[in-house]
Write a protein that binds this ligand. Structure first.
Ligand SMILES: C[S@@+](CC[C@H](N)C(=O)[O-])C[C@H]1O[C@@H](n2cnc3c(N)ncnc32)[C@H](O)[C@@H]1O
Length: 194
């Protein structure tokens, strides 16, 4: 979806994806460093970045939607935490090398070639010992995304080249979205940069 479509989607009072973090992210609380830099990629309205800031991390929330980032800043203010925001296209962003202790990469679905390049950038931007916390829609789910943009367990080792996968789980997620309850199968991965 284009940046204009995301801006239009986020131009509401309500938080389209809610304000609670991903349940997988919350379950990884004990795996997070006590301090350090986190990149919350394509963070939308900031639910995950704001939660990471609440865990003591220095968070950069990146998204190309100005509307989403404005809501992320509002959520951070409501929660009494600080986040930095950057409006950028992650496909053309100048990624800093070995800079982040945590990368949260959740719920964006891109064509395979673009996705592979993005995962290479994620691996390069992690500092040694850094964590990737990934979430995507599983290919078993019937969904509006093109099937080739969804994820399977089998494709994760290739995508996470240069990282050590420590955990791969699938789970059913039921949540309210755009005022309706939807159920999706999610794939989550926790990987570490050696
Ligand atoms: C389904 S939302 C997920 C938001 C958030 N990660 C979450 O889990 O709540 C996808 C997000 O990806 C962002 N996005 C998509 N393509 C992007 C790109 N090329 N650069 C930056 N952000 C992008 C959209 O603006 C949107 O906020």
């Amino acid at each position: 979806m284009s940046v204009e479509t995301w801006d239009a989607r986020y131009a509401t009072e309500d938080y389209v994806f809610g304000t609670a973090p991903s349940p997988f992210l919350e379950a990884c609380r004990d795996r997070l460093p006590a301090t350090g830099r986190a990149l919350s990629l394509a963070d939308g309205e900031g639910r995950n970045g704001v939660w990471l800031a609440g865990q003591g991390l220095d968070v950069l929330t990146l998204d190309f939607s100005a509307e989403g980032l404005a809501k992320a800043r509002r959520l951070a203010a409501e929660r009494g935490v600080a986040i930095r925001t950057e409006q950028a296209d992650m496909l053309t962003w100048t990624w800093p090398d070995q800079s982040f202790d945590v990368v949260c990469a959740m719920n964006f679905h891109l064509p395979p070639a673009v996705r592979e390049d993005l995962f290479r950038r994620i691996a390069a931007t992690l500092a040694p010992g850094g964590l990737l916390l990934f979430e995507g829609i599983h290919a078993d789910t019937r969904d509006h995304h093109p099937p080739e943009t969804l994820f399977t367990e089998a494709m994760m080792p290739g995508l996470c080249d240069g990282l050590e996968i420590r955990e791969t789980i699938t789970r059913m997620e039921e949540r309210r979205m755009d005022g309706e309850m939807v159920v999706k199968k999610k794939l989550n991965v926790l990987a570490v940069k050696p």
